[in-house]
Design a protein around this ligand. Sequence first.
Ligand SMILES: [Zn+2]
Length: 337
Amino acid sequence: MGRLSGTMGASECQVLLRKKRGGGRKSLKCVGGEGGKWFKECLDMQIGEGDFFKFWDHCWVGGKKLSERFPRLYRLCKNQDGFISNMGEWLGEVWEWKLEWNRELRERERAQADELLSSIKEINLHAGMKDCWRWKHTPNGLFSVNSAYKAFRQARSENGTNCEQMDFKKLWKAPAPHKMKTTAWRILKGRMATCDNLIRRNILAANSNSDCILCKSQLEDLNHLFFSCQITCDLWKEILSWIGIQTAMQRTAKENFLAFSNLGDKVDFHFMACVWICVVWCIWKARNDCIFSQASWNISKVVTEIKTRTWSWTQVYKQMPQSLDLKSWMIKPKVIE
Ligand SMILES: [Zn+2]
């Protein structure tokens, strides 16, 4: 925990948050467009004796820099770089503003100067107290990594819908066959004909066998089949180890896709989205083969199918990693630098 000095900026905050989260610059970008903007919104300026904040260049009154609000006066003032305390003097215990100009102001400029003075006259300077930044998310105004992390998480969840929409749009841009993207999209939307869904829609009788065909021990619903079933979790693990990534398994389709497609900046986004699309598509196909063709689950067959299919996309789509022969690709797709 610490007082925020003038040198503490958005980039330092990003570093701290990144350390805490273990990566994820993309997530910061989701909050209000960029992390720096979000960080600044978490700070209040506390004006003391006006010795730290610049009169024209800090945004200390009215939500905008005075140099931007009154550009003509800014050009005419004598001390463009001055602190707030340089723009007036104490008369006993009362602060009086005294702005100095390079020449006498004309009528229109005087009106602007009056407007400027009326907007700052309510601001009280405090003799003997230093200017400082106050962190909004702790009662004492002192910055702490924990409070920043909590605030960041909250802002992120409030912006969650936008982030999701943005990331799900990326699914359609992924260099993969359209029919497979459509299946992936239906999974994200919860629109697959899994047993629970068919029973809910009275397509299957309520007393039908609704066990997961793969593990045969739990109800087959969408999140179970694709992301919680022990059998498919083993498949995900194999695929992640092929790519060279370790990560916790998210148990819902949306969380899983978002986590997967945002796995660090170093991993090529198109590749990750394609692998995700291919894995869920192959799970669905294998599940249908088990139900309708009495096939049995064979993890190494599915793994091989995922590897060969994604390799074939590298030959077709320029956004995919290039120049590996199939044999090398099967061992390691080399997408991590
Ligand atoms: Zn299962």
